[in-house]
Design a binder for this molecule. Structure first.
Ligand code: ZN
Length: 133
């Protein structure tokens, strides 16, 4: 797994609070979504702090606070994150194309048709092909 994130995500990674790994545990298909979310949150809360960014049950899970003070709550900030998390459920985590959620190998994944087929591996499985004739 590569740690080389595109430049538009470096600002987001810099916001990860001390003690948390500097990781965005999501597929590259969600990077544009994260970069837009970061831009919007930076306007709402210029000193916002990130704890964790990951993929959970086929949806983006974005854990952040509007400031280093955990008692501070900002409804617009929270709403913006929730909207991005919703949007992620309709974006292929691999490529960003329109997607839906699939259960593949007991995991919920949000994928386009092509990546869902690849993840399933069924298309190339000769055992599942009925005999010709
Ligand atoms: Zn895809």
């Amino acid at each position: 797994m590569t740690e080389a994130y595109p430049p538009e995500l470096r600002g987001l990674i810099k916001r990860i609070a001390p003690g948390w790994p500097e990781l965005l545990e999501v597929g590259a298909g969600w990077y544009p979504l994260l970069s837009r979310l970061d831009a919007t949150l930076s306007i709402i809360a210029p000193n916002y702090v990130v704890q964790q960014v990951k993929s959970k049950f086929g949806s983006l899970s974005f854990y952040a606070d509007p400031s280093a003070d955990p008692s501070q709550f900002d409804a617009v900030f929270a709403e913006t994150i929730r909207a991005a998390e919703w949007e992620s459920t309709e974006r292929c985590e691999a490529c960003g194309a329109p997607a839906r959620q699939y259960v593949i190998k007991m995991w919920v994944s949000t994928l386009c048709v092509r990546h869902a087929q690849e993840a399933n591996g069924n298309a190339a499985d000769p055992a599942s092909t009925p005999p010709a004739g």
